[in-house]
Design a binder for this molecule. Structure first.
Ligand SMILES: [Zn+2]
Length: 350
């Protein structure tokens, strides 16, 4: 029987050998922040709706819209089945003794039906991912508006076999470009730009910083994309691996974000495959070129798309994009060791 995943000869083309995981923003990946609140047992269940109404009016908990006011007590043998959040500790009145009457000093909330208060920790912010939701719910019942794509992506299941097969091919081209650059004495970093709608490679490039310190593989590729659109600043003619193809008529007829021009703005909606996590300069160039998504293989200590910074998710920048890491991770890591070997041999010669 034909296997579902398209396979090539040899293990290095096995799409099961890698998983692409999303590089999420700090807000999406941080631990659950907790805040202290007073809760109290509801000793008379019949008073629940009145208590919730009066408490919500007196202590509205506006910053905790994601928190459920009442929770069921799951512990067996508990004398009361429900507990209610009274208020945040920071909102409580000054009290010499912590008791329910001191917490509810006005006649706006009648304490009948409530037991004595105790301190709980509740999630301070709405959960953004399923792992955050699961952690938050351990502290207090929490609402969650799930982004299904993020949930699936975090499991490494966003891309099906056919998509992974395409991604594999593109990153293999980037790896081949990196090796070609390395043969010429450059850093072993390669990149490929793809129009995912047309499934077309727009540019292939490798590190060229032997010529110019700023010609990192990403910068080379952005310039090649610009050249494919009639622009660009540099010539990479002496590097046969650094190439571009002009977009076809079909890709330019109805550009989705063209701002009146007949072509998409540089990398609008394009995918970028790069063997090593881009640096800050390259990440900013990707922002400015309006890239659609970035896939990289190996993380880098100075990387700006996950390791040192997360430029793709900066709220104060005017363009954000999705980033996935781990595509052909092993082959891309091997390229870094090529660079290391080169550095070591240069040091030995000195
Ligand atoms: Zn760079």
């Amino acid at each position: 029987m034909e296997p579902q995943t398209k396979r090539w000869k040899g293990s290095e083309c096995d799409t099961d050998s890698w998983v692409a995981y999303p590089v999420l923003s700090d807000e999406q990946s941080q631990d659950v922040e907790l805040i202290e609140a007073f809760a109290a047992p509801i000793v008379n269940k019949k008073e629940t709706s009145r208590l919730v109404r009066e408490l919500s009016s007196h202590y509205p908990l506006n910053s905790l819209q994601h928190i459920k006011r009442v929770r069921a007590v799951k512990a067996k043998g508990s004398p009361h089945p429900l507990e209610v959040l009274v208020c945040l500790v920071s909102d409580a009145p000054d009290m010499t003794v912590v008791d329910i009457k001191s917490l509810l000093p006005s006649d706006k909330v009648k304490p009948e039906g409530l037991g004595e208060p105790f301190v709980v920790k509740v999630p301070a912010r709405p959960p953004l991912t399923r792992p955050q939701f699961e952690l938050a719910s351990k502290h207090w019942p929490t609402s969650f508006h799930e982004d299904k794509q993020v949930t699936v992506a975090l499991k490494g299941e966003l891309f099906g076999p056919a998509q992974k097969s395409m991604m594999h091919t593109y990153m293999m081209s980037a790896v081949a470009a990196a090796r070609a650059g390395h043969e010429l004495g450059m850093e072993a970093v390669g990149a490929v730009v793809v129009d995912p709608v047309m499934e077309r490679v727009i540019a292939v490039g490798h590190d060229c910083r032997g010529d110019h310190p700023l010609h990192h593989a990403v910068m080379v590729c952005i310039d090649l994309v610009a050249q494919s659109q009639g622009g660009g600043c540099y010539s990479f003619d002496k590097y046969p691996t650094c190439t571009f193809t002009a977009p076809t008529l079909a890709t330019t007829e109805n550009p989705p974000d063209s701002e009146g021009s007949s072509q998409p703005y540089i990398c609008t909606r394009y995918d970028f495959y790069v063997t090593r996590e881009p640096c800050v300069m390259c990440a900013m160039a990707l922002v400015h070129s309006r890239v659609g998504r970035v896939f990289y293989g190996a993380a880098s200590a100075d990387g700006a798309l996950g390791t040192k910074f997360k430029i793709h998710s900066q709220k104060d920048l005017n363009h954000r994009f999705e980033v996935y890491k781990g595509v052909l991770g092993e082959q891309c890591e091997d390229l870094s060791s090529l660079d290391q070997t080169k550095r070591n041999s240069l040091q030995e010669k000195r």
